[in-house]
Design a protein around this ligand. Structure first.
Ligand SMILES: Cc1cc2nc3c(=O)[nH]c(=O)nc-3n(C[C@H](O)[C@H](O)[C@H](O)COP(=O)(O)OP(=O)(O)OC[C@H]3O[C@@H](n4cnc5c(N)ncnc54)[C@H](O)[C@@H]3O)c2cc1C
Length: 293
């Protein structure tokens, strides 16, 4: 049964309270409070970060810093973070987004973690405070080897160029459902070809994953049918769907090599594997809205 809630003034001051058993960080509480209320958590102490000064969004010339306690809804209200708005609106429902935090989303069990998928595509870095001090790592490395007893304090990433981040979430209902497949893709398109890409997937593994096979299938590929045929790229050809069907189909098929899906209440592993190429393709073509499956 819960006995105490500590409210330290900083992440560093929170560390001593985290020593020992039956204690956990409390952020927005959307996952941890239901577990406490159900009596299944075994927790006796929560260490709330609500007074820890981690609620700021800072936007520099092109770098963004999000405190771990930034609410998902606050991102949705920030015009400079418009690239992330489709991600935020695909997560849960407005009440959840008013409470759930950026840091907490990194800990949401699969097939949740849609913002984490987008941050992985953006090559975000994560800063933590732990017994050994403060550390900053690439999110990809942190997701693979997160350390017990650390507090996430900040996420940082470079603002994507307009249209460079593409996001799609396939779910059972249009709103308020975990992912069947989530796709976030950051595209670097220059001189009519995909120079580089970072494709991240959710719902198809134990945590958000990169899709290096799909990225390889895109690298150096032309943008449009016109480019494929060696014709000059016109503005009209670049507008709308700036990748060829052949290229995006190849990337979608290739992504199957990168996933480790499991069966859950939302979909079977078999189904996820079947539909993955469709949603990679749609994400790359800029079809952002989730759709009922
Ligand atoms: C009804 C419902 C629908 C949902 N739908 C979606 C969805 O569509 N997409 C999606 O991505 N997610 C979804 N989620 C999950 C949601 O993203 C998480 O509940 C939320 O992000 C967790 O954030 P929180 O701040 O509430 O974390 P809390 O519940 O406070 O904490 C969750 C866990 O993270 C740890 N933690 C939190 N912050 C930190 C930190 N800074 N450092 C170290 N540890 C920390 C806590 O100790 C705890 O173990 C849904 C959840 C619910 C309940």
């Amino acid at each position: 049964m819960l006995e105490a809630v500590a409210r330290p003034q900083s992440a560093r001051l929170a560390l001593p309270s985290l020593k020992g058993r039956q204690v956990a960080i409390l952020a927005g509480g959307t996952l941890i409070i239901p577990a406490v209320n159900a009596g299944t958590s075994g927790l006796r102490t929560l260490v709330s970060l609500d007074r820890s000064g981690l609620s700021a969004i800072r936007i520099g010339k092109d770098r963004v810093t999000l405190g771990a306690m930034v609410r998902l809804a606050a991102i949705g209200r920030e015009p400079a973070l418009a690239a992330l708005h489709p991600v935020i609106s695909a997560i849960g429902h407005p009440t959840l987004r008013n409470s759930a935090t950026v840091g907490g989303n990194l800990f949401a069990p699969a097939p949740y973690g849609d913002l984490a998928v987008a941050l992985l595509a953006l090559d975000a870095s994560v800063t933590t405070e732990g017994p050994a001090g403060s550390a900053t790592r690439r999110l990809e490395a942190w997701l693979a080897e997160r350390h017990e007893g650390e507090i996430v304090t900040h996420l940082r990433f470079t603002l994507p160029a307009p249209g460079a981040l593409r996001f799609r979430k396939a779910m059972r209902r249009t709103h308020n459902s975990a992912a069947i497949v989530t796709v976030a893709a950051l595209l670097d398109i220059q001189d009519g070809t995909v120079r580089a890409s970072r494709i991240a997937l959710g719902g198809v593994g134990p945590r958000p994953l990169r899709a290096p096979s799909a990225e390889a299938a895109l690298a150096g590929r032309p943008l449009t049918e016109a480019a494929l045929a060696g014709r000059p790229l016109t503005e009209a050809a670049l507008a709308g769907r700036p990748l060829t069907e052949a290229t995006v189909r190849a990337a979608g098929e290739a992504a199957r090599a990168d996933i480790r899906p499991v069966d859950d209440a939302y979909a079977s592993a078999w189904y996820r594997r079947q539909v993955l190429p469709v949603h990679v393709r749609r994400a790359l073509l800029g079809e952002t809205s989730g759709s009922p499956e």
